[in-house]
Design a protein around this ligand. Structure first.
Ligand SMILES: *Cc1c(COP(=O)(O)O)cnc(C)c1O
Length: 417
């Protein structure tokens, strides 16, 4: 067992150790199609589980509130320099504990309570940190949403512009959790400039594609760009905020002491390691394969008669609309049946969904994790057939069992480290 060492844990806490072992087995033996998940490298894992967790380092490199920070300064400076190289940004703050924290620091840097944010509707692929009623954004700010067009299921930029002119937001948010198409960040900036708004692009999902030039980058056009480090970027669970030089001081002070105390230095060390990996040529090859796999999975599902929202994908994820092919199958049922067959997905609202968020009519599927395992187009065709068989047979126990058997065979061919 190399990728999860639990010998020390077992000595003091067998109850937790057994959960680690079961989780290692679960990850080995399932096909992970959750678009926001990935398998980090052993190097990233080692950095996270390290003695850097022992250290308090409130402040920033060279300006700490605690002694003994020499190596913390070293590792955080490396993470920052690599992030700047990877994305070509003026300034990077690598301290955000999560993607949501990366966003919150920006909100506090540019908004006052009651100010207006224009952002993507959650049921059209937006994120809870972009204005959900019971999120800090919904509680503190006035939220106006844009959505996708009911015809194309893509952004209608004329409609975005109309909303911006009508509501005069102080901040326009772009980026999504479930939008399969290319985002025209430059066009959003044009609209933001026209109404005097700041543009924040949240590239949590597509950061790996942006870093390797496979999706247009918002860095040249948006004042702020935020991301998670654990999705396509394949680093540790965490966040990062980038901005133009003018906003650097304000952003840093809103992150700490604005919303956070001591940074998670073991996670920042792992971010540095992940960025070093992302700067290598192999990382671009990996991101290209994510895209090829998404195309192959999408085509496989379509040829099995399954409808894909907007007709396809330009990135690492796709949204299945179950209604045309399987009108009686909810996203919830599909997720449960597929999990029984060791295929892990998440139910997802589709735009204009009539079902409730706990049921949904959609499934979100993504290829970052299975691409990390080395699977290619050939395997995508198989996975598409298996998904189709489970859905078409209404979760029949024999079909699930047969599929689970096939999935286990495929997982053995593509072992995790
Ligand atoms: C995943 C995600 C986040 C933040 O995620 P955390 O769970 O807070 O790390 C933020 N924005 C978007 C668009 C996301 O998809």
């Amino acid at each position: 067992m190399s990728f999860v060492a639990v010998d020390e844990i077992r000595k003091v806490d067998p109850e937790v150790a057994v959960l680690f072992e079961r989780e290692a087995d679960r990850q080995r033996n399932t096909i992970e199609l959750i678009a926001s998940e990935n398998h980090v490298s052993p190097a990233v894992l080692q950095a996270m589980g390290s003695i850097f967790t022992n250290k308090y380092a409130e402040g920033y490199p060279g300006k700490r509130y605690y002694g003994g920070c020499v190596n913390m300064d070293g590792v955080e400076s490396l993470a920052i320099e690599r992030a700047k190289k990877l994305f070509g940004c003026d300034h990077a703050n690598v301290q955000a504990h999560s993607g949501s924290q990366a966003n919150t620091a920006v909100y506090l840097a540019v908004l006052n309570p009651g100010d207006t944010i224009l952002s993507l509707d959650l049921s059209h692929g937006g994120h809870l940190s972009h204005g959900m009623k019971i999120n800090i954004t919904g509680l503190l700010y006035h939220i106006v949403h844009y959505g996708v067009s009911p015809k194309t299921f893509q952004f209608d930029m004329a409609e975005v512009r109309r909303l911006a002119i009508e509501h005069k937001p102080k901040l326009i948010l772009t980026g999504a959790s479930a939008y399969p198409r290319t985002i025209d960040f430059a066009k959003f900036t044009e609209i933001a400039k026209e109404v005097g708004a700041v543009h924040m692009a949240d590239i949590a999902h597509i950061a790996g594609l942006v870093a390797t030039g496979l999706h247009p980058s918002p860095i040249p056009v948006a004042e702020f760009v935020t991301t998670t480090t654990h999705k396509t970027l394949r680093g540790p669970r965490g966040g990062m905020t980038m901005c133009k030089a003018d906003f650097a001081k304000k952003l840093d002070s809103r992150m700490f002491p604005g919303i956070q105390g001591g940074p998670l230095m073991h996670v920042i060390a792992a971010k540095a390691v992940a960025f070093a990996e992302a700067l290598k040529p192999e990382f671009k090859t990996y991101q290209q394969q994510i895209l090829k796999n998404a195309q192959a999975l999408c085509e496989g599902l379509k040829s099995a008669g399954i409808h894909i929202v907007s007709g396809g994908t330009d990135n690492h994820l796709m949204l299945v609309d179950l209604r045309p092919s399987h009108p009686n199958v909810t996203g919830k049922a599909a997720e449960t049946w597929l999990e029984a067959a060791n295929i892990i997905t998440n139910k997802n609202m589709i735009p204009f969904d009539e079902r409730k968020p706990v049921e949904t009519s959609g499934l979100r599927l993504g290829t970052p994790a299975i691409t990390t395992r080395g699977m290619k187009e050939k395997e995508m065709k198989l996975i598409a057939q298996w998904i189709s068989a489970v859905l078409t047979n209404n979760g029949d126990a024999n079909v699930i069992e047969k599929t689970r058997h096939d999935v286990l065979g495929l997982c053995k061919q593509f072992p995790l480290p």
